[in-house]
Design a protein around this ligand. Structure first.
Ligand code: RB5
Length: 348
């Protein structure tokens, strides 16, 4: 016998019933701001068996976790890259599932939903809920309590009714476990919104900058240009036109970018060659020596280049500014084949 409780009639009763059922180990159906979900409190891989059986889903497909706030990331010991943090700040609570690294070679999908009743229930639960959309594998997700009830008739003790789903699409799933942004499923939040969020955040981010003596003047001018454009700049030298060794500066900038301390870097020397040799030895750095706007654009779109290298002595200031602007403003495409290739770069 399935009990259906309408949130509208008595929100506290709905919360208490959900909490009790979950703590007894039952699977319940509930509304989210996207489609309806089914979920349970599960411990480990074995623990999700009832949910797997209900859903009729194979072992290979993972479930996601729903949490009451972003602190769950820390509590679960998950790793949040600088990129993931930007998405968390922009989209949580909301229809974005982030696939995060668990630090042990595995991943976990986590979301903080933007549904007032569910959020409050999750906060009281104080543990993440293992969940999935309310539909048997291969069917479209339920958009109302009635649909969820009909899908699982007689197999659930409790369905929480929050009315029609506000958003008829499932959450957007973005894999940020590898440091990049890979859109695994485009759902309620469109892909361009995700990529724009990252690019806009660059405006409030710092650019690490460095040059040798040959491009010192150019560096100073581009630094002023960046500040006028609204970027903040961390200057790693050199500080005058006295002869110096480009690797000394390149190491400082690449370390700052590779460690995640600063998301992007700009390096200059006479030809750009010396700086790019050094920078590309640092795992996680993709330094692109760009001589044209088109190459700068492709370096972002295809290679997600995190360092731009410019030939200070071999281009006009106008040309360098145009190349820099293209590189700053072009988002990574997020397309799977490009992400796959990027992931192979540091393979030995
Ligand atoms: C300095 O003269 C010059 O060799 C350097 O700026 C750079 O072009 C090296 O690759």
């Amino acid at each position: 016998m399935t009990e259906i409780i309408r949130i509208e009639d008595d929100p506290a009763r709905a919360t208490n019933a959900a909490l009790s059922a979950l703590r007894r180990g039952e699977v319940i159906a509930f509304p989210t701001e996207t489609v309806y979900g089914v979920g349970m409190l599960a411990q480990g891989a074995e623990g999700v068996q009832p949910l797997r059986e209900l859903k009729g889903r194979g072992e290979d497909k993972p479930f996601q976790l729903l949490a009451g706030n972003a602190k769950a990331v820390e509590n679960l010991g998950l790793q949040l890259s600088a990129r993931a943090e930007i998405l968390v700040r922009r989209f949580w609570p909301g229809a974005l599932t982030l696939v995060l690294s668990d630090g042990e070679g595995g991943t976990v999908g986590l979301r903080v939903p933007d549904h007032p009743w569910l959020l409050e229930m999750l906060r009281q639960l104080d543990m993440p809920l293992t969940a999935t959309s309310a539909n048997p594998a291969g069917c479209p997700p339920a958009k109302s309590a009635r649909e969820a009830y009909e899908y699982f008739e007689g197999r659930l003790n409790l369905v929480i009714d929050g009315g029609e789903a506000r958003e008829k699409q499932a959450s957007t799933v973005v894999d940020v476990s590898g440091g990049g942004i890979v859109i695994l499923r485009e759902g309620a939040i469109v892909k361009t919104e995700i990529l724009a969020a990252w690019e806009n955040s660059m405006k409030t981010k710092t650019i690490a900058i460095g040059s040798d003596h040959a491009a010192y003047q150019t560096k100073e001018e581009l630094e002023s240009w960046l500040i006028i454009q609204g970027y903040s700049v961390k200057d790693f030298g050199t500080d005058n036109e006295n002869s110096c060794d480009y690797p000394d500066i390149a190491h400082k900038v690449t370390r700052a970018v590779a460690s995640g301390e600063i998301p992007r870097g700009l390096l200059l020397c006479g030809t750009g060659l010396g700086m790019s040799y050094v920078a590309n030895r640092q795992p996680g750095v993709r330094a692109s020596l760009c001589w044209s706007v088109e190459v700068a654009r492709l370096a972002r779109e295809h290679n997600d280049a995190n360092i731009l290298v410019l030939p200070g002595r071999a281009q006009t200031m106008d040309a360098l500014e145009d190349i820099l602007a293209a590189w700053l403003e072009t988002p990574f495409s997020g397309i799977d084949r490009h992400q796959r290739r990027i992931e192979k770069i540091d393979e030995k």
